[in-house]
Structure formats: structure tokens, C-alpha cells
Design a protein around this ligand. Sequence first.
Ligand SMILES: O=C1O[C@H](COP(=O)(O)O)[C@@H](O)[C@H](O)[C@H]1O
Length: 231
Amino acid sequence: MSHTLHELPDSAALAHALAEFVADALQARIARDGLASLAVSGGRTPTRFFEELSTRDLPWEKVGITLVDERWVRETSERSNARLVRQHLLKGKAAAARFVPLANDAATPEAGLFAVNEALEDLAWPLAAAVLGMGDDGHTASFFPGGDHLAEALDPDGALGLLPMHAPDAGEPRITLTLPVLLGADALALHIEGAAKRPVLEKALGEGPAADMPIRAVLRAARPLAIYWCP
Ligand SMILES: O=C1O[C@H](COP(=O)(O)O)[C@@H](O)[C@H](O)[C@H]1O
């Protein structure tokens, strides 16, 4: 376990600090390789961080962006993580970045998986940065308690980078990058906001199976993790 907890006073300060963290990682990889990739989370939390990151002075045409996970819905749905990225991150300076969504027109994530995998090959791997979120149930990405592919997704030696996921509390079918892909990022952050999520984090940092609170698989990984939290 090797995490650093950054406690910020509010959402604006957190967005600023996390945008710095991500921009630095992108800049470092671009300086080294000429290209860099970023995987971001969806849900309710990242909006302000996306807006802040989109203003950063980066060579965005050299940046590829994808999602850590996606709900298998059309982009017209309010539940679409891709929709959130398009609305709040791919704007201003960051509009020049290339976005590779994790969902397509296929009926199910299983049917669409091959095409998504092919599209992801256009990004520079491994990721320069990945930003995870955490649900109230301790899920991260689409690593849900009770998920039908959870064990495969959390296998640190797993060969697959992308998996479908169905879980009782997931809302809809999902698709998710797997743990080894996320842990392979140069810079890995966990973004948590709200007083209600602090006890969830504390509980996850305690003992218990990762299958019950899958964020534990990230918190227990032997690599640096920057946790950004504000009330
Ligand atoms: O369903 C999801 O939930 C988590 C947490 O979302 P939040 O609304 O509690 O911020 C998110 O990290 C994930 O990307 C998303 O698909």
C-alpha cells in the first residue's frame, strides 16, 4: 500500500490540484515519447476537474483520452460517461485531444468489445495518467461487488485489458478497463468528493475482501496512488 492523501478544502481547490497532477504526467510523457494517453472516470464527481483540466496549456493534439469505464448506453443518455467527457473536458484548449469512447452501437458490451479494443489500439500505451472515482459501495471503474467478471478484472496478471461487466447494482451493463491496465499508468489518482464518501474510503483502507469493496484492489496495489479528497 503506497498512497498519498491530498485533502483539499473544496471542489475548486481539488480540481486545480488534480488538474496539475494530470497535466504534469501528460507533459512528462509527451516530452519523452511525443504522445500521451489519459483515462478518466465518469459519474457525478469529475465535472469541475474536467473543466479545469480543459484550460491547461498542453499540446492537446498529442493527447489521447479514453474512459476508465462506461455504462453501455447511447451518448444521448444522461448516464453516458462519454457524454460527460465531451461536454466538460473536450472543450477550449482540450478540444484538440483525440477521444476514444468505450461504447459503440452494438447491442451489448460483449458484442461491442472487439471494436472498442481495436479503437483503443490507436492510443499510446501504457497510460500516462488514469483518474479513478469511487462509488458509495466501494466500486471503482466498473469493478462492482458481485460483478460477473470481477475476478478477471481484478487479476493483476490478467491478460485482458478490457472486459464487459454485469452487476446487480451497476444500473446497466458496463465495460471497463482492467486493473493491470490502470495500475500500469505512470500516474494514478483516486478522486473522491463529499463527506459521505470519507467513511467509505476509511472502511476500504481497513481489512476485508476486495470482492466486497473493489477499490481495495487499487488501494492495496504496490504502486503509488495519489488520493484527492474534499468534503
Ligand atoms: O458508475 C460510475 O460510478 C463511479 C463513481 O461515480 P460518482 O457518481 O459517485 O462520482 C465512477 O467513478 C465511474 O466511472 C462510473 O462509471
